[in-house]
Design a protein around this ligand. Structure first.
Ligand code: TIU
Length: 222
């Protein structure tokens, strides 16, 4: 076990059974003209974590530990998108409509891709998910079980929406979850802070939280 200084107490990372999950680092959330922008958000906040997420990816790739990327993505016919999701928020552009980076939140469109700086490498799992959580309608749990994964390290956007939903889903399925706090961001600073406190409260009711530096420090001897 690799012991990482974390909150609410040290996290024991099991090197043979750990995967990194990078949630939805897509142009649709991070760049102007995408889905996040259509909902009225200031998307500029999110790009700031790209170097930290890249550092985390480098750490896992160096160890040859599994890396999973998720994308929030719908089929071009939107058959996997509930009508409630399309109308929610009275957006300036709806899911499936064409914006500056192609059709919003639709698989294969330019805006739906992961940002270049964090592009998946060959052999890394890329999961398209129709919901906020990474387990809903994806088959990911079965794939992780087949890989023998018991521990998940989380990064990505947005902290209180897709990251928190995915981490809670993982926690309910028995995974030991660690969120890397400087590798996640929200459109709302207060929501990021609140999410972190919710995760670590009550003795880690959802899991653990640590900065990238704590992982780097713990892994220098691996
Ligand atoms: N709106 C928002 O904060 N997030 C999402 O819609 N999806 C993800 O978090 N990926």
């Amino acid at each position: 076990m690799i012991e990482i200084a974390a909150r609410p107490y040290n996290y024991n990372l099991d090197p043979a059974h750990t995967a990194l999950v990078v949630i939805d680092m897509q142009r649709d959330f991070i760049e102007p003209g995408g889905f996040g922008d259509s909902l009225g958000n200031d998307v500029a906040r999110l790009a700031a974590i790209i170097p930290t997420v890249a550092g985390l990816l480098a750490l896992f790739r160096h160890q040859s530990w599994p890396v999973i990327h998720t994308r929030e993505a719908h089929r071009p016919d939107l058959s996997d998108c509930p009508p409630s999701k399309i109308v929610r928020g009275n957006p300036s552009l709806h899911i499936g409509e064409t914006g500056a980076m192609g059709r919003l939140l639709v698989a294969g469109e330019p805006g739906n891709q992961i940002v270049d700086a964090l592009a998946p490498l060959d052999g890394e799992l890329v999961i398209d998910k129709p919901g906020k959580g990474m387990f809903w309608a994806t088959g990911l749990h079965e794939r992780l079980q087949a890989m023998g994964i018991t521990h998940l390290v989380f990064a990505g956007v947005t902290t209180e929406v897709c990251v928190q939903t995915s981490m809670r889903e993982a926690n309910d399925r028995g995974y030991e979850c660690l969120l890397v706090e400087d590798a996640t961001e929200s459109y709302f600073a207060a929501f990021k802070g609140a999410t972190i406190e919710m995760i670590v409260a009550q003795g880690g009711i959802v899991g653990w939280v640590a900065p990238l530096s704590a992982l780097e420090k713990a892994m220098t001897h691996v």
